[in-house]
Design a protein around this ligand. Structure first.
Ligand code: GMT
Length: 374
């Protein structure tokens, strides 16, 4: 098939899912056209089936807010026309689904039919989409999509609960490429960070409030008092400066390292003993799946779709949002040398259930159904 993929070119989350999906589809022989305002970070390889179309967003003194959605819809129209696409797949509803609807209507007026699939990733529903400023357009464009997928059963249910949706939503979970995300031998790195055999705890995110990074720091501080440990924080975002100050104020800055946005997060995960994700909400938790693939057990909240990934007492533990003491108690249990090897083994076994080779056929079958029925 010839498929157009629209996404945010982000280091994590929906941008990574969209890019990795496109790469895998291209390897499977489909022609994949990425339509984004910037090269997605993971689109870092050459494949004869991958094409990149940058959305041009001209500015004008009148525009306090350049009309991105208009530019994106126009780009979709052009790419569908000239590349004769069979399908558009937009990741993250806002504003990609309404732009796709606009493109579809323009193409229809020209006598060309192109269906579009919208994948809901989480905050487009749980945070931003619910806002009254966006809700009518989000509801409309979900209902008008030719296919809709959500990355967890929880997100599917929440979408049905929060919006007036009158169509089916297919659950297709996040996935992982185990050829890339695997535990690598990085002993020198571990020695440099943990010279005295400390345990290594990792958190990766976009440093937004929804990630509850205060809890990450509090959990780490309490663990460190019982089991000498170090904390690596990878990623960047609006909360980072405040969290750095918090670590200084708590007197633990020497045990915490801020790594910024990393291309090869799997290298850090390769030396980790525990991954923390105490999020307020998390539709799936792709970063936690990446940790599992690198044999790192999880301490997570039980929010959103996390119970669909993290298996209580097997791959780690889940606690109520904000229950730092329970998370610390569970973390100490995992980090006990008698328990850690079992959790690491279980982590990889669980990650295998989300291997990309299992999930790719679900998308392919869904595309075929949408094209057939639209
Ligand atoms: O984690 C983020 O805040 C980024 C966000 C995004 O939309 O890029 O991630 C969401 O989509 C990911 C891929 O489907 C999910 O694994 C994340 O759980 C989800 N984030 C939230 O729900 C907060």
């Amino acid at each position: 098939m010839k498929i157009g993929i629209v996404c945010y070119p982000t280091f994590g989350g929906s941008g990574v899912v969209a890019t990795e999906l496109g790469k895998a589809l291209a390897k499977a022989g489909h022609k994949i056209h990425f339509i984004t305002y910037q090269q997605p970070p993971r689109l870092d390889f050459f494949n004869e089936n991958v094409f990149y179309h940058e959305v041009n967003i001209p500015t004008y003194p009148l525009f306090q807010f350049p009309p991105y959605e208009t530019a994106l819809a126009s780009a979709m129209v052009n790419v569908v026309q000239y590349e004769k696409l069979d399908l558009l797949h937009v990741h993250y509803a806002i504003p990609h689904a309404s732009a796709a609807y606009m493109a579809k209507m323009i193409l229809r007026a020209q006598g060309r039919h192109v269906p579009f699939v919208t994948t809901l990733h989480g905050t487009d529903i749980t945070l931003v989409g619910k806002d009254a400023s966006y809700e009518p357009v989000v509801t409309f464009s979900i209902n008008e999509s030719d296919g809709v997928t959500a990355v967890s059963e929880h997100l599917r249910q929440e979408t049905l609960d929060q919006f007036a949706i009158r169509r089916d939503i297919e659950v297709i979970p996040n996935f992982i490429d185990l050829d890339r995300f695997k535990r690598q031998k990085k002993d020198h790195f571990k020695m440099a960070i943990c010279p005295n055999g400390e345990k290594l705890i990792v958190h990766t995110s976009n440093f937004r409030r929804v990630k509850r990074i205060d809890d990450v720091v509090q959990i780490f501080n309490k663990i460190n008092k019982q089991i000498p440990s170090k904390l690596l924080l990878s990623g960047d975002g609006p909360e980072r400066a405040r969290i750095e100050k918090l670590c200084r104020d708590m007197g633990i800055y020497g045990d915490v390292r801020f790594l910024g946005k990393l291309d090869a997060v799997e290298e850090v995960l390769s030396v980790a003993d525990l991954f923390l994700m105490p999020s307020e909400n998390e539709s799936f938790g792709l970063a936690a799946l990446e940790a599992l693939a690198c044999e790192v057990p999880l301490i997570t909240s039980n929010a959103g779709g996390l119970p669909e990934l993290n298996v209580q007492g097997v791959t780690g533990f889940l606690s109520n949002v904000g229950d730092v003491d329970d998370m610390v108690k569970n973390a100490l249990y995992i980090l006990n040398d008698d328990n850690l090897p079992t959790f690491k083994h279980n982590a990889l076994e669980r990650a295998k259930e989300f291997e990309i080779s299992r999930v790719l056929p679900l998308y392919e079958a869904y595309y075929e159904k949408v094209v057939r029925e639209s």
